[in-house]
Design a protein around this ligand. Structure first.
Ligand code: NAD
Length: 417
């Protein structure tokens, strides 16, 4: 999350500036891409269970709608800032472009601590936020999805509120919905599965084998725990995992399902029997083959990156690595699969869900996973080839692919009027 020393928006803009120089981006197009198309700030009054009224601040940012409607998650967290949401929206534009799906980038957030709110309070806040956003969201305009602390139930409330206001069901307004109201098979695990496909490709390129590799996962939510489970199922040993309360380590490896059950009972992975406690900083420096940051931004920094011993870092989280840390990891020869590629499986299956919702024709889980693999493999290879031909990092290569696609679309459409 954003803090005083780290501004994700400044970081996102400086990443774009760097790529603009490499690809000799037209200065006018660069100016367009450097700013969000639209950013809306709303106040959300909510009747709390104790009868009081609290007012929360919420944002929706649409960075680009050049290649299609904007698409991106909705985050509930006490540290959300408008700058963070702007950065996440810009990263979504690049993410959709790098995997070649017809969306631009959007993102939303509400400053709140849902862990201290009842379900009813979260529902009323979600519905009022949807009502405030109603003129700028919709299947053809901007399609929210789950992110940190939001889930299929939150998406169901958004879909219901939007549909009640329209007067008919509009399942295409959100993705990440429960299956019973038009969700897609495979969506829940898509981010982690896409990350697994990226790791499998990276492992092959590095001449390693996933079976027998050692893995560390920071963050044990939707992206992190499922990544740990899938990697474990592929024969990798998950040495350590963590959540916001701390981490656990076992040199013999962890059973991700048993750790999840412990987290469901106790609210944290911490204290899982037979493990040693590690901090969220220490976990990043554990000797392993593959490190998966799957929590929040700003985790691999100038301070923590020097300790990294992994050969591959697969960014399941958005923005976990600062530019300083990027340089340090590059010098160490670590292959960093950047967020806009490594975690693009989530938005790719969101695209599948949107297509299915609009067509009202649903695919099997196998169809979803096969189509996801084909998109992820193609994107990985395009980025890897760009990395080799331009002699740049994989992050820069993914930006080169993505920014070129968005710039080309912007040039073709022209500047209105
Ligand atoms: P989530 O809310 O399900 O899980 C977040 C996890 O991170 C929790 O286990 C939480 O305890 C942990 N965490 C919070 N603060 C932490 C800290 N300081 N150190 C270590 N762990 C901490 O969220 P999620 O959906 O899994 O998202 C995680 C990351 O993945 C985010 O960066 C998100 O933007 C990104 N992402 C998610 C999806 C998706 O489909 N869910 C898609 C793309 C990217």
């Amino acid at each position: 999350m954003a803090n005083k020393e780290f501004n994700p928006w400044a970081m996102a803009q400086s990443q774009l500036d760097q790529v603009a120089e490499i690809i000799d981006l037209d200065p006018g197009i660069h100016r367009v891409l450097r700013l969000p198309r639209r950013a809306l700030t709303v106040s959300i009054p909510v009747k709390m269970d104790d009868g009081s009224v609290q007012v929360f601040e919420g944002y929706r940012v649409q960075h680009s709608q050049t290649r299609g409607p904007s698409k991106g998650g909705l985050r509930y967290h006490q540290d959300v800032t408008l700058d963070e949401v702007k950065a996440l929206a810009m990263w979504m534009t690049w993410k959709c472009a790098v995997v070649g799906i017809p969306f631009g980038g959007g993102k939303g957030g509400i400053i709140c601590n849902p862990k201290e709110m009842s379900e009813g309070e979260v529902e009323r806040m979600t519905r009022r936020f949807t009502a405030e956003m109603i003129m700028i969201i919709g299947p053809e305009v901007d399609i929210p999805a789950p992110d940190v602390n939001t889930n299929p139930q939150v998406m169901a409330w958004i879909m219901d509120t939007y549909s009640m206001n329209r007067g008919y069901p509009v399942p295409g307004v959100v993705t990440g919905k429960p299956l019973d109201i038009g969700g897609s098979q495979g969506r829940n695990e898509a981010t982690a599965r896409g990350c697994l496909f990226s790791i499998q490709n990276a492992v092959k390129k590095k001449g390693m084998k996933l079976e027998g590799s050692t893995v560390v996962v920071q963050g044990y939510g939707n992206a992190g725990w499922i990544a740990a489970r899938l990697l474990h199922e592929c024969g990798a040993t998950v040495l350590a995992v963590s959540d916001s309360r701390g981490g656990i380590y076992s040199k013999n490896g962890l059973d991700p399902v048993a750790v999840l059950e412990h987290k469901q009972k106790t609210k944290s992975v911490v204290g899982f029997p037979g493990t040693d406690a590690v901090t969220n900083e220490e976990i990043l420096g554990i000797e392993c083959d593959i490190l998966v940051p799957a929590a929040l931004e700003n985790q691999l920094t100038e301070k923590t990156a020097p300790a990294v011993k992994a050969k591959i870092v697969a960014e399941a989280a958005n923005g976990p690595t600062t530019p300083d840390a990027d340089r340090i990891l590059e010098e160490k020869g670590v292959l960093v699969i950047p967020d806009i590629l490594a975690n693009a499986g989530g938005v790719t299956v969101s695209y599948f869900e949107w297509v299915q919702s609009i067509q009202e024709y649903f695919w099997t889980r196998e169809e979803v996973n096969v189509k996801l693999k084909s998109i992820m493999d193609k994107a990985f290879n395009e980025v890897y080839d760009t990395m080799e031909s331009n002699k740049v990092s994989m992050r820069l290569a993914s930006y080169i692919v993505a920014v070129n696609r968005v710039a080309e679309a912007t040039t073709l459409r022209g500047i209105y009027p």
